[in-house]
Design a protein around this ligand. Structure first.
Ligand code: HSE
Length: 325
């Protein structure tokens, strides 16, 4: 087409029309769950990001960042952006995509901030464009975002952020993910010290090899944890929630970690460990009363530490990313 002055002006003035818009909630998640490094995570209830997805008349991907963190708006550098780029490869280029991220989970918090953006994007784009992607396909897309954030394509945050409940990654090649329903009365208490730990760095510090005797203990705990979740056997969950490989390395990054852990256990926690790569620390308990007692105990430990912190109690999220009004 030949562009004359008039067409150029008309194109410049052409409005970017919103063809369709949806709003999505993407939950925060606790990955690793103590012993199950990179293979298990669960969703939190009502704690997460809100994202708006708009199909627009102007081709291209646009990111609007609101809320916490200073997220890059260049789609290639934004976790939701790289997911969008990947998903838009399968679409014709006659329309555009606008993603507005209202970040409520602090980046670097250890409760799946990047995973919420990545999973919310995979879920939201699929819904907006009426695509029938399977859960495994959505996880694959979301893993692209996680890779940008942490340098590794692990799915223990993104999977539960899509499915809700506990998500077990039995294998990565090919992806084999199983959803495990949480026992009814299982609650989680989280303390989030306001320091940032970059997942990439917290992964680089881990040992490349593990002694067989340690692996045997860890395998036993992972198996026990899964059996405990299946049987709603709270005592078995508690006995199994022990990480002898990763936690001792990363505990050094979290001020007062062992004091928090002791306070949680003294208050009746089933177990307590680092959420994801930290700095958040989580404890699981049977019943909301114990979860609230742990919250108070965490508060006491951190009260005079001179570090800001957030505390909350949550049930296990029944749903992952979902449409909201
Ligand atoms: N499994 C990951 C890790 C979770 O511990 O590094 C953090 O994103």
């Amino acid at each position: 087409m030949q562009l004359n002055q008039e067409t150029i002006i008309n194109q410049d003035l052409k409005e970017n029309i919103v063809i369709e818009e949806i709003k999505v909630f993407a939950p925060a998640t606790v990955a690793n769950v103590g012993c199950a490094f990179d293979i298990l995570g669960f969703a939190l209830e009502n704690i997460g990001d809100e994202m708006i997805f708009r199909k627009t008349s102007t081709p291209g991907i646009k990111i609007i960042s609101k809320g916490l963190g200073n997220l890059p708006t260049n789609p290639e550098k934004n976790v939701a952006g790289v997911v969008a780029i990947e998903m838009m490869k399968n679409e014709d280029s006659s329309f555009g995509l606008e993603i507005e991220i209202n970040k409520k989970i602090n980046p670097g918090s250890g409760i799946g901030s990047s995973a919420a953006s990545a999973s919310g994007a995979a879920f939201g784009i699929s819904k907006l464009l009426n695509r029938n992607y399977s859960t495994h396909e959505l996880i694959h897309f979301a893993m692209q975002g996680e890779k940008l954030a942490s340098g590794a394509e692990h799915a223990d945050n993104v999977a539960p952020a899509i499915t809700g409940e506990f998500a077990l990654i039995r294998g990565y090649h090919p992806l084999d993910m199983i959803v495990i329903k949480a026992p009814k009365n299982l609650y989680c208490t989280v303390i989030h010290p306001q320091i940032e730990i970059k997942t990439k760095e917290a992964r680089e510090m881990l040992p490349k090899e593990v002694a067989l005797k340690d692996a045997v203990i860890q395998w036993g705990n992972v198996a026990g944890l899964i059996a405990g979740l299946h049987q709603s056997n709270y005592q078995l969950i508690g006995r199994s929630l022990q990480d002898i490989i990763i936690e001792p390395q990363r505990a050094k990054l979290i001020p007062g970690f062992y004091n928090l852990k002791m306070a949680a256990m003294d208050s009746g926690a089933l177990g307590c460990s680092i959420s994801g790569s930290g700095p958040s620390v989580f404890a699981l308990s049977e019943g909301i009363e114990t979860a609230n007692a742990i919250k108070a105990a965490f508060d006491k430990v951190y009260f005079d530490k001179g570090i800001d912190y957030h505390l909350f109690v949550s049930a296990i999220g029944k749903t992952g990313s979902r449409l909201i009004q």
